[in-house]
Write a protein that binds this ligand. Sequence first.
Ligand code: CU
Ligand code: ZN
Length: 183
Amino acid sequence: MKYTVLALLSFLLLSACMQEEIVEEIYEGPETEKAVVVIHPTEGNEASGVVTFTQQDDGVRVQAEISGLGSETLHGFHVHEYGDCRDSAAMSAGGHYNPTDMPHAGPTDEQRHMGDLGNLPANEDGVATLDYVDTHLKLNGKYSIVGYAVIVHEQRDDLQSQPVGDAGGRIGCGIIGVANPDY
Ligand code: CU
Ligand code: ZN
């Protein structure tokens, strides 16, 4: 009898532990290794393209190809604080994503908004390509950028004016989602 109770108890304990593990797995979900954004133009603008964020050992690789920009101009490029492009001018995306309460700056500055990705450099055809490794961005954990928005601005981000680099209107907006690894 004693042994039966003991056996039952240890079985219950074991299954409780296993359940906890399962619950943790469900709530934490799989690690995101790559995220993707499809940029759509806001009303009256033409900025469109794709941005990917890929986890690497040295940071998150940011790759963007955006067309419909000005000729040989720079365009401010940020992660904004809401994954919400509903507004026709993308004002619904809010300000810069800044969960660590830092000042606005450039991508290589130590103190910056998490969302400060600098500028997209458009060529004479209005197409910008960008490829760099960002040491601030996170795809997982409490500061993950997944679910927020990427905004392309009309003007150049001066990387210092507060709070948003004086980059003007919003000409493109897209939501950061988990990428399909087969694409
Ligand atoms: Cu912005
Ligand atoms: Zn900023």
